[in-house]
Structures are given as structure tokens and as C-alpha cells.
Design a protein around this ligand. Structure first.
Ligand SMILES: Nc1nc2c(ncn2[C@@H]2O[C@H](COP(=O)(O)OP(=O)(O)O)[C@@H](O)[C@H]2O)c(=O)[nH]1
Ligand SMILES: [Mg+2]
Length: 356
């Protein structure tokens, strides 16, 4: 009886070992990519692109419905910010009559946004929002947006207001890519690409969220570090004082020099190239980063200055350094860049597997 029991447990052990071996094999093959970078750099937008390129290609009906509400929220809260900023910057109304409608927008509170804005509420205020957006004083305020905190995507939504306010508005992938929703906590997304599971870990980027980052540090294949390259003339939301590039570089410095990542490849994404191109001719980088050298009107010079600035924060200069210039809302751009990234990651992973 004793022997029989042993044989049985032997069988079981073997089965468990086989199972474990299989799991380990899958885990070893799995690529785990951690997206890091400060708030609004484009991490979640990058994950949306993965869903479009390597996932279902579109968003589920529930997701689309939620994004529709979130877009209403984006529009109203951006106009709230503009109205508030106009007053603080003391920009005179071109037409003082407009002041009568201000409270119809300012009355929306954080609780309204939490509960969600429904269609009826949204269409009620759409004509007022359109009227404000066409107003010269609000445009003047918007021109000075580096002085206050407003989402980069608001112009896209204001310019598409007629379509968004239609009863049958169905957000397209493009609308969803532009939609802003701050990430809280950690979310994981798995896409199988050519039979290899890619696990993307998206985290909140603001200061209060960053202590959660270390929970995701085990078994990382690569870190994709996002930087909004257009934010050189802006300060961070958290303290409204620190230059956004200075903050982002400081975060990069702690990640890139962290011993836990000595064998992890870190790839820098200099994102928001489209917005950088618009900004460079209008806003002189030398006013904000006085160590700038080169032609301040050249987008290329600004881009390489920023890359050098991040690269210089690395203590181990012998490690390879990878970077890409990206526009995360552009699907073709991300498809091309991620193909490159994927190939280099797989190559490195294969080398690591062979060494085991
Ligand atoms: N124009 C433009 N907008 C971008 C780009 N990348 C991200 N955004 C927008 O910037 C906002 C913040 O992006 P998000 O992915 O939420 O940043 P996260 O905080 O790093 O996750 C969203 O409204 C995006 O649509 C880009 O390359 N170009
Ligand atoms: Mg996010």
C-alpha cells in the first residue's frame, strides 16, 4: 500500500513538474514591457495603439460608450479651464455680453464629471461652448496655454464639436486616441503578436502615482519611457512650478540608473512630435532651458537637444541607448516604430534565452 501511494505521488509530482515546465516556458517567452514617464506623456495612448494594431483593431461597444462620455467631459472641462484662465490672465472680453454664459459652464463640478456627462446635458451647453471657442478673447487665452494646465487634445475636440454633439456620435479610433483619461493604479494588457505574448503594463504617471511603479518591476523585458517633447515651455500640474522637461528627465534619471534595471533595455520615446513641430516656431526654447545650443527654430535641433539631455543622465554610458521620435496618436507612426522596437527586443530576448 505504501509503495502504491508513492507511485501515485510520483505520478502527481511528474505531472506538476510538467505543468510547471510548460508554464515556465510560456513565461520565459512572454515579453513584459513597462510603460513609464510623467503624466500626459502618452503612455495610455500607446497602449490604445497596441489594441488597434495588434488587438481586436477596434474598441468594444462598452469601451466606445465610455469614451463618448469621457469626450463630453474632456470638452466641458477644457472650456472651464479656458474661462477660468481668461479671467486670471485678465484678457478682456471682445464682446462683454458673453460673460452672461460663463456660469453655465463653470457650474460643472468634479462630482458632475465623476458621475459622467450625459448626452442631454452635453447638447444643452454645446452652442455656448462653440460660441466661446469662436471668441477672440478665448482664442487669445488658448494661445497662452503653456501658462496653465489644459489637455493637449482639446483643440481637436473643439474643432470637431458639431460631429461630437450629434445624437448618433460614435467615437472613431482617432477620437479615442485623442480622448484623455488620467490612469490611476496599474493596468495590464496582453496582446499576442506572432504567437508571442506581449504584456504591457501601463501606470499612472503623476507624482502621487509613482510610488506604485516599483510593484511592477519584476521580470521586465524592457521599459518604454515616454516623454512629451513639446512640453519644454510648460510646468507640471502637481506643483505648477517645475518645468515639465526637467521633471521628466529627473524621473528618467532615477529609472535609468536604478540597479534593478541594469539588465533591462530602456527605450526612450520622444513623443508628441506633431505638437513639437507646431510649437517650435512660436515658443523659444532658450527662454525655458537656458543650456540649449543650436538653432532654436529647428525642430531637429530641439529634438536632438532633448535626446542628449536625457542620454546625459545615464551613469553607465557603455550600455546601449535606444530612442525614437514618435507621435502616439498616429497609428502608422506607432506601427512602424513598434515593429523596430519589437525586433530589437526579441533579438535581445533570444540572446538571453540562449545564455540560460
Ligand atoms: N497631438 C498629440 N497628442 C498626444 C500624443 N500622445 C498623446 N497625446 C494626447 O495627450 C494626452 C495624454 O496622453 P495619455 O496617453 O493619456 O498620457 P499618459 O498620462 O502618459 O498615459 C491624451 O489626450 C492624448 O490623446 C501625440 O503624440 N500627439
Ligand atoms: Mg495614462
Amino acid at each position: 500500500m505504501f509503495a502504491c501511494c508513492c507511485a501515485e505521488s510520483d505520478e502527481r509530482t511528474k505531472a506538476i513538474e510538467k505543468e510547471l515546465h510548460k508554464e515556465r516556458k510560456i513565461l520565459r517567452r512572454q515579453i513584459k514591457l513597462l510603460l513609464l514617464g510623467s503624466g500626459e506623456s502618452g503612455k495610455s495612448t500607446f497602449v490604445k495603439q497596441m489594441q488597434i494594431i495588434h488587438g481586436a483593431g477596434e474598441f468594444t461597444a462598452d469601451e466606445v460608450r465610455a469614451y463618448r462620455q469621457q469626450i463630453y467631459q474632456n470638452v466641458i472641462s477644457a472650456m472651464r479651464v479656458l474661462l477660468d484662465a481668461r479671467q486670471k490672465l485678465n484678457i478682456k472680453w471682445e464682446n462683454p455680453e458673453k460673460a452672461h454664459n460663463v456660469n453655465k459652464i463653470l457650474r460643472f463640478t468634479g462630482t458632475d464629471f465623476m458621475k459622467g456627462i450625459d448626452f442631454t446635458t452635453f447638447v444643452e451647453v454645446t452652442p455656448i461652448i462653440r460660441d466661446f471657442w469662436e471668441d477672440a478673447s478665448i482664442r487669445k487665452t488658448y494661445e497662452q496655454r503653456n501658462l496653465f494646465q489644459i489637455s493637449d487634445s482639446c483643440q481637436f475636440f473643439f474643432d470637431n464639436l458639431g460631429r461630437i454633439a450629434m445624437p448618433d456620435f460614435h467615437p472613431t479610433n482617432r477620437d479615442i486616441l485623442f480622448c484623455r483619461k488620467a490612469t490611476r493604479g496599474i493596468s495590464e494588457h496582453i496582446f499576442e503578436i506572432n504567437k508571442i505574448p506581449f504584456r504591457f503594463i501601463d501606470v499612472g504617471g503623476q507624482r502621487s502615482q509613482r510610488q506604485k511603479w516599483f510593484q511592477c518591476f519584476a521580470d521586465i523585458t524592457s521599459i518604454l519611457f515616454m516623454v512629451a517633447s513639446n512640453e519644454y515651455d510648460q510646468v507640471i500640474l502637481e506643483d505648477r512650478r517645475t518645468n515639465r522637461i526637467v521633471e521628466s528627465r529627473a524621473v528618467f534619471e532615477t529609472i535609468v540608473n536604478n540597479r534593478a534595471f541594469s539588465s533591462v533595455s530602456i527605450i526612450l520615446f520622444m513623443n508628441k512630435c506633431d505638437l513639437l513641430e507646431e510649437k517650435v516656431p512660436k515658443s523659444d526654447i532658450r527662454q525655458y532651458l537656458d543650456d540649449f545650443t543650436g538653432d532654436h527654430l529647428s525642430v531637429r535641433d530641439v529634438q536632438f537637444f532633448l535626446v542628449d539631455k536625457f542620454e546625459a543622465s545615464r551613469k553607465d554610458r557603455a550600455r546601449p541607448f535606444f530612442y525614437h521620435f514618435t507621435t502616439a496618436v498616429n497609428t502608422d507612426n506607432i506601427r512602424r516604430v513598434f515593429k523596430d522596437v519589437r525586433e530589437s527586443i526579441l533579438e535581445k530576448n533570444l540572446e538571453a534565452l540562449m545564455m540560460q
